[in-house]
Design a protein around this ligand. Structure first.
Ligand SMILES: Cc1ncc(COP(=O)(O)O)c(C=O)c1O
Length: 390
């Protein structure tokens, strides 16, 4: 029985929501169903809202720090959900995973060092390399039938030149939940060539059963020794606006280096609401998350089924994790510019441009299905209606 209601349509206009309030600016028309930026149109769970409201009722929002209960909530969550045993000292704070990626690039590399990424991938990975004058190496993921896989020969060749590898696990936008075997192979190559790994695991709680998440650092003590893990409650519990995330490092030498950069930019305090929200989410969130995953899986199947029947030429990649669906519009033979124009202006659906995710992204689009079923079905119908003449 579903205790939580994910069907409720909530008006997010005028809440300074990037997804909703900036849609006209981004897509050039107000007539857009926004299924792009990676937050959800579901309520942040009631127990999280209660924690924030309770804190807000105290009339003073002064300087703050993260208490023991905050760390305990993360430690227990990782143990319960991911069988990963971590210690309080390993957990550092960053307002976001993207800032943490950039600070890790500063902490562990020098200008001119090479950094490896696996496109098509979450685009801030590229800026984390390019904005700091590091050299971008790309191990393009390969589409094999219904899913993407890793070209390990190419990975090893590039790893030989790389100082750092930014892993997206699970992978956004391709929705892969990497297997233990795939992760182990990448880890072995990184160990062989002394490549450090930034493992962005922000989507790790959103692995859709029966797939299971394997924490990269938990493959072995050796792998933990070269890994910096990024995690947050923001995607899982829809609280990105509270800007609270973690960098988890067991290797003391690496941790000191990361801490030095974090301290240098003085962003370690965080905010009172993010701290309380994190505790509530991780302490009370199991049942809500389990139900969310069921709902997301159903949305994914419903959208995929509709598109399969109405628009059979469109290739839809069923995600193993995340609430993003990667779609291949190359059957239209449109240029990216013309494709975007049709998706935004004709279909009226605000999807992410595949081309923003780097090589392999041309002709592709990413759809966010973390909205009520009615909304995502409307988006899928509008796409089918517009593209069925091709
Ligand atoms: C792989 C990945 N990392 C990081 C983020 C965002 O992290 P943050 O909002 O904590 O900076 C996203 C959001 O979509 C993401 O997909």
């Amino acid at each position: 029985m579903m205790k939580y209601n994910f069907d409720q349509i909530i008006n997010r206009s005028n809440t300074a929501s990037i997804k909703h309030d900036l849609k006209e600016m981004i897509f050039g028309t107000p007539e857009i169903l926004p299924l792009w930026v990676a937050d959800m149109d579901f309520e942040t769970p009631d127990f999280v809202r209660k924690a924030v409201v309770d804190r807000a009722l105290h009339p003073i929002y002064g300087y703050t720090f993260r208490d023991n209960a905050y760390f305990e909530s993360i430690i227990h969550w990782m143990q319960r959900r991911h069988r990963w045993q971590i210690e309080k000292d390993w957990i550092l704070f960053s307002p976001g995973v993207v800032p943490a990626l950039n600070m890790a690039v500063m902490a562990f590399t020098e200008p001119g060092d090479a950094i490896l990424v696996q496109p098509p991938v979450y685009f801030p990975f590229f800026s984390a390399v390019n904005d700091h004058n590091r050299v971008l190496l790309q191990n393009e993921l390969v589409c094999k039938g219904s899913r993407y896989e890793i070209d390990f020969d190419d990975f090893e060749q590039k790893a030989q030149q790389a100082k750092l590898f930014i892993l997206c696990s699970p992978h956004n936008p391709l929705g892969r939940s990497w297997t233990r075997d795939e992760l182990q192979k990448m880890a072995d190559i990184c160990l062989r060539h002394q490549v450090l790994v930034l493992s962005d695991e922000i989507h790790n709680d959103l692995v859709l059963p029966p797939f299971k998440h394997q924490v990269f650092a938990d493959l072995s003590p050796e792998v933990a020794g070269i890994t910096i893990t990024m995690h947050a409650p923001s995607k899982t519990f829809n609280l990105a606006g509270l800007a609270t995330s973690s960098v988890i490092i067991s290797n003391e030498i690496l941790r000191k280096k990361m801490k030095a950069v974090l301290s240098r930019v003085h962003i370690e305090m965080g905010n009172v609401f993010g701290i309380e929200a994190t505790k509530a989410a991780f302490n009370e969130g199991d049942e809500w998350l389990d139900q969310l995953l069921v709902y997301l899986k159903n949305n994914i199947s419903a959208v995929a089924d509709l598109l399969h029947h109405e628009l059979p030429s469109l290739r839809v990649f069923i995600p193993e994790a995340t609430y993003m669906i990667w779609m291949d519009f190359n059957f239209t033979q449109l240029s990216d510019e013309a494709l975007h124009e049709m998706v935004f202006k004709k279909a009226g659906v605000g999807l992410n441009k595949g081309s923003d995710f780097g090589p392999g992204g041309s002709g592709m689009m990413r759809m966010n299905v973390a909205s009520p079923l009615e909304t995502v079905m409307l988006g899928a119908q509008q796409l089918a209606q517009t593209f069925k003449t091709f």
